[in-house]
Design a protein around this ligand. Structure first.
Ligand code: PLP
Ligand SMILES: N[C@@H](CCOP(=O)(O)O)C(=O)O
Length: 470
């Protein structure tokens, strides 16, 4: 399997190369040259398989020759057999006749990020050992990627991680899940800025010769293709349980950096019958405007009760623009450079046409988010986190809009455990969710992090001064 950049001028890499590179050298994002296709019969053959078996089948064509089948099986068995507290790994829960939740938070750090990041840590170790190399990871988090990535690489002898989070803009549980990890290869940086600032710093480091000249940089954000590959699996696994591929399923996906919903798009390109992908946003709704009106213009970020989705510049949207718009790398490079300068861009007609049939988008403000939490609690006793509630609210909007056949199941991705956001949940439903025991004594442990200004140079210099040389 070959990987190409959305901006057309970076070297073509294999899976191992793309996983270690993170961001492409032309500033673009790697994705497969061609989507692997599964026939309905091949998908049907996965019925009754365990999660790790579906993972092996779905990932195999993407991994190509970078791992032997035995290596891939071993990694999938270790991750999906041992790291998740639920036997089904990502269980489905029914809310009513049409609505379902896909619980993605049974991993060690209680959010959907674990599904891919516990695997990514093992991929890094396998590839780095083979090459006898080390990797310095720089990452940005609005709360969940950080802890999952740190958990995935803490203690690794070949990986060092610098994780930037926006100071004061993640929940206490999210922050503590990162800052209470004591490991010599883990550095937490709280920057005075937004997640978008942190993500921009990270991308800039990949193009900064002072950094790349000394360090072998790697990425754990969903700019890294391997992240998305692992997330494609749960679309297949859940669809199989609901009658797929002989029945179409709709998914509502709480969206920030567009990684999770792009994984659904990939599943559809691979042959999984998906009726609709609902891009559910909070009031920071650049993606809703882009999908519904063709207007991708970033404004300031307004803090919400869904902090992990307080994002205005969504990395993976570039992958969709590239693929849905006809895969013209030079044109994407020009379009994205224009956006980087002006913070606004119009989608081309081809891009809009390419995404029109599969995508719908709705947004939820704080009241709608709270109402969705209340509805889930009243309808089926489920306590859901606010991000999941944004997805559920959007799913309900689609039903109210009469734009979905009532026999099509709508699966809302439950992206985080409610205990990560206890204040918002308690305000909405009057119940304070308890942290699962597997998280341990989070509030009894000492925190360690470094506060930095919002300037790029402050983050870059910290990384350069504190990284053990590769
Ligand atoms: C809990 C939660 N829900 C939803 C999202 C949005 O996912 P994505 O960035 O893949 O769109 C995130 C973070 O990005 C998150 O942490
Ligand atoms: N919500 C995310 C933001 C980063 O997204 P990623 O999927 O690109 O890593 C977070 O929790 O950090």
């Amino acid at each position: 399997m070959e990987y190409i950049s959305t901006r057309g001028s970076a070297p073509t890499l294999d899976f191992e190369g793309a996983t270690l590179a993170g961001l492409a050298s032309d500033g673009g994002l790697y994705l497969p040259r061609k989507w692997p296709r599964f026939s309905a019969a091949e998908i049907r053959d996965l019925r009754g398989c365990e999660y790790w078996e579906v993972a092996v089948a779905v990932m195999k064509p993407f991994v190509g020759k970078s791992l032997t089948e035995a290596e891939l099986i071993e990694i999938c068995q270790q991750v999906y057999g041992k790291e998740f507290s639920h036997a089904a790994v990502t269980p489905l829960v029914q809310l009513d006749g049409q609505h379902w939740l896909l619980e993605l938070f049974h991993g060690p750090t209680l959010a959907f990020k674990d599904v891919a990041l516990q695997m990514l840590g093992r991929l890094f170790d396998t590839f780095l050992k083979r090459r006898d190399e080390r990797l310095t990871i720089v990452g940005a988090t609005s709360g969940d990627t950080g802890s999952a990535a740190i958990r995935g690489v803490a203690g690794s002898e070949r990986v060092e991680i610098f994780m930037l989070h926006p100071q004061g803009k993640v929940s206490d549980v999210q922050r503590r899940q990162m800052t209470t990890v004591r490991a010599p290869n883990v550095h937490n940086l709280a920057i005075d800025g937004s997640f978008d600032d942190a993500q921009a710093h990270v991308k800039r480091m990949f193009g900064d010769a002072d950094v790349t000249g000394t360090l072998n940089l790697g990425a754990v954000n969903s700019i890294n293709w391997a992240r998305l590959m692992a997330q494609v699996v749960y679309y297949f696994y859940s669809a199989l349980q609901l009658g797929g591929p002989d029945r179409k399923i709709a998914y509502s996906v709480p969206t920030g950096n567009f990684g999770d919903v792009f994984a659904g798009y990939v599943a559809s390109r691979m042959g999984l019958p998906i009726e609709t992908l609902v891009v559910a946003t909070n009031i920071n709704d650049i993606l809703r405007r882009a999908i519904n009106e063709g207007d991708y213009s970033a404004g300031g970020v307004t803090p919400t009760i869904t902090p992990s989705m307080d994002i205005q510049v969504s990395s993976n949207f570039e992958r969709l623009l590239f693929d849905a718009g006809g895969r013209d790398g030079a044109a994407i490079a020009q379009q994205m450079h224009g956006f980087e300068k002006a913070k606004t861009m119009a989608l081309t007609n081809a891009q809009r046409v390419g995404m029109k049939d599969l995508f719908r988008s709705f947004r939820a403000d704080q009241d709608q988010t709270a109402r969705a939490m209340q509805w889930a609690h009243a309808a089926s006793g489920q306590i859901i986190d606010p991000h999941t509630a944004v997805g559920l609210s959007a799913a309900q909007d689609m039903v109210a809009d009469d734009s979905i056949d009532p026999t099509v199941p709508i699966v809302t991705l439950a992206t985080a455990h409610p205990a990560k956001f206890p204040d918002a949940v308690e305000r909405a439903v009057g119940v304070r969710p308890a942290l699962p025991q597997r998280v341990g004594d989070l509030f009894g442990r000492e925190e360690h992090f470094t506060e930095l200004s919002g300037d790029y140079e402050a983050a870059r210099d910290f990384v350069l001064q504190n990284a053990s040389a590769d």
